[in-house]
Ligand binder design. Structure first.
Ligand code: DX5
Ligand code: ZN
Length: 224
């Protein structure tokens, strides 16, 4: 499966978001972290902001909802123009219904699992979603360290997915080193915040992340 790099604008300059999303050449989507100060102890943007960003962004929007009551709020983000809307399993009463509502509103539906949330309940329900997000840090803030302890769960999901077209995304602490670890456990979509926006050249950082995975894959192929 082709890999995808989704820079997160959580560490971008919030006073200049239009300019920031235009600096992301080579990105496959822009990851937008929506936080409500309840599900996580941080507050970012809401639906109106997503609507406006969708108008100015040259890349599709991958919205990551870190909010309570996904059942009520998630479909609105699909209507706001997001290409995909991912909500947390821990914040939804009826995850299947939320996913159906997101799809009905025209977006791909994703389910996110915090580091301590097991994959088991979802392994035979993967068809209900277009992507599964394995959080590789505790959600809430950028700039944290990638948790290797989440890799067995990622591998479990990758095995359950098999050859189906369901994306496996990782988010948190993704660097040119940890992206290789995540890819080797089955991830194909990589969110990167500080490693892109705290570098002087976001487009170059995106290229380096992609190259790290492709180089590793090339090495594996040659070794076989
Ligand atoms: C954290 C967010 C991430 C964050 C990742 O809760 O979901 O998308 O921006 O930032 P880094 O890549 O700095 O860990
Ligand atoms: Zn995120």
């Amino acid at each position: 499966m082709a890999i995808r790099i989704h820079p997160s604008i959580l560490n971008a300059d919030f006073a200049n978001l239009e300019r920031e999303v235009q600096r992301l050449d080579g990105a496959d989507a822009v990851h937008v972290d929506v936080m409500d100060n309840h599900f996580v102890p941080n507050l970012t943007f809401g639906q109106t902001m997503v609507e406006r960003l969708a108008e100015v962004s040259p890349h599709p929007l991958d919205v990551h909802l870190m909010i309570e009551d996904a059942d009520r709020w998630a479909p609105g983000y699909a209507s706001a123009g997001a290409a995909s809307v991912t909500f947390h399993a821990e914040a939804a009463r009826d995850a299947g219904a939320v996913a159906r509502a997101i799809r009905a509103a025209g977006a791909h539906a994703g389910i996110a699992l915090k580091p301590g949330t097991p994959a088991e309940p979802w392994l035979d329900r993967l068809d209900e979603f277009d992507l599964v997000l394995v959080m590789t840090v505790e959600p809430g803030f950028g700039g944290q360290t990638f948790l290797d302890s989440t890799m067995p769960k990622l591998a479990q999901l990758a095995a359950a997915r098999g050859a189906r077209d369901i994306r496996l995304q990782v988010d948190g602490g993704v660097t040119t080193a940890t992206i290789v670890t995540a890819a080797s456990h089955g991830a194909d979509t990589f969110v990167a915040g500080s490693s892109v926006f705290r570098s002087g050249d976001p487009a170059a950082a995106i290229r380096s992340l992609r190259d790290a995975v492709l180089t590793e894959r090339g090495t594996e192929h040659r070794a076989r």
